[in-house]
Design a protein around this ligand. Structure first.
Ligand code: HEM
Length: 349
């Protein structure tokens, strides 16, 4: 019977069985450098797993969420307080997004300090920067969907900054808000960005990123081209599975200990005393208080451009001064400045 069913499918989906088996074997035998046994080097799989958690729980949330200013807050309250396991699904979604940002930060730090972006992996670095942008947009739009006081005012202040981008700022702002102010149009746009455009973009970018990782193989440690390797299956694959179960346990525990809150419903007529974005925007938010807004936005754009093309800048410096470890200095300074402004924002409010 089984053979009959298999043949029925094989007649209708004509693939070459030997070739498929060969490709699968090749994929499973992918040589992985020995240093990837250390968890810090193998962090790339963590955001991938978290993204999958977010997609599954996000789809579940759309069954109840209503993207209209009058009903959004109430629908989130209904999910949290009345839907069976609703607070857990919402909590997993929220905590997964926070951990995804942390995991990406750690992944970027490891890639940066091991110069994993060096030739021929520059394109994968640029894809990474795009993924970082898509992840932040996903987080920012998601936070705004709750439509409570904090999320409403954070999205108002956040989108206000866009106006300061030279030349295109006002048009991008109008496009994003669907008018001059944050209204029902804005919520619909954020909803579309959050459930459709950004996840689809991230899906494609992650696919390309993984394809390049597969085609190049993971970079061996610098100055150690003779490093030993081991096959992807079973050891590396099992590491991924263990990380997945650990993450699910951690996120579930966090959801029970610190369940997602609701706050007060949005009121466009009352500005709260302290407007707070999510923690990963604290550094930028705090920095912009020290310099005029437009100068700050131009500075941030310049930093993003420098970060995008960093592999080429680093290579250029290395050709001029081969012994200079510029990436250590730049990486350490970036982390110190980021932590300084983040902690400052936490202490001030
Ligand atoms: C959704 C986010 C991301 C996912 C799922 C992801 C996934 C991965 C995976 C699985 C690897 C293989 C090595 C490892 O496990 O560490 C990798 C390598 C790499 N990633 Fe990412 N990554 C993400 C974001 C980023 C970002 C934001 C950057 C940089 C800005 C980046 C740059 C790189 C580079 C250059 C490599 C090759 C490094 C090497 O071969 O040693 N990635 N990524």
């Amino acid at each position: 019977m089984n053979a009959k069913i298999r043949m029925w499918f094989e007649d209708r989906i004509p693939f070459n069985r030997e070739k498929t088996a060969e490709t699968t074997k090749e994929l499973l035998n992918e040589p992985i450098p020995k240093h990837m046994k250390n968890w810090f080097y193998a962090l790339g799989v963590t955001p991938l797993i978290l993204f999958c958690f977010m997609v599954v729980t996000g789809i579940m949330l759309t069954f109840y969420y209503i993207p209209s200013p009058e009903k959004a807050f109430d629908s989130v309250r209904y999910i949290t307080e009345e839907v069976s396991m609703g607070f857990w699904i919402r909590g997993i979604h929220r905590w997964a997004s926070n951990l995804m940002v942390i995991a990406i930060f750690l992944h970027v730090i490891r890639v940066f300090f091991t110069r994993g972006y060096r030739k021929p992996r520059e394109l994968n670095w640029i894809l990474g920067i795009l993924m970082l942008g898509a992840t932040f947009t996903l987080c920012f739009t998601g936070y705004s969907l709750v439509n409570n006081q904090l999320s409403y005012w954070a999205s108002t202040v956040g989108t206000n900054m866009i106006k300061e981008i030279p030349l295109i700022g006002p048009s991008v702002l109008a496009l994003l808000r669907g008018g001059e102010n944050v209204t029902a149009n804005t919520l619909t746009r954020f909803y579309n960005l959050h459930i459709l455009i950004m996840p689809a973009l991230l899906f494609v970018l992650i696919g390309l990123h993984m394809l390049l990782v597969r085609l190049h193989g993971v970079a061996k440690l610098e100055d150690d081209d003779k490093e030993e390797t081991y096959p992807f299956f079973p050891e590396h694959f099992y590491h991924g599975l263990v990380i997945m179960f650990l993450l699910l346990t951690l996120i579930s525990a966090l959801t029970v200990i610190l369940p997602p809150g609701l706050g007060e419903p949005a009121d466009p007529t009352v500005t709260p005393a302290h407007i707070k974005p999510e923690w990963y925007f604290f550094a930028v938010y705090s920095l912009l208080k020290f310099i005029p807004l437009q100068a700050g936005i131009i500075l941030i754009m310049a930093l993003v451009i420098a970060a995008t093309f960093w592999p080429f800048i680093d290579e250029w410096i290395r050709k001029k001064k081969p012994n200079l470890k510029t990436h250590y200095v730049v990486g350490s300074l970036t982390i110190i400045i980021f932590l300084f402004f983040t902690v400052y924002e936490i202490l001030v409010h």
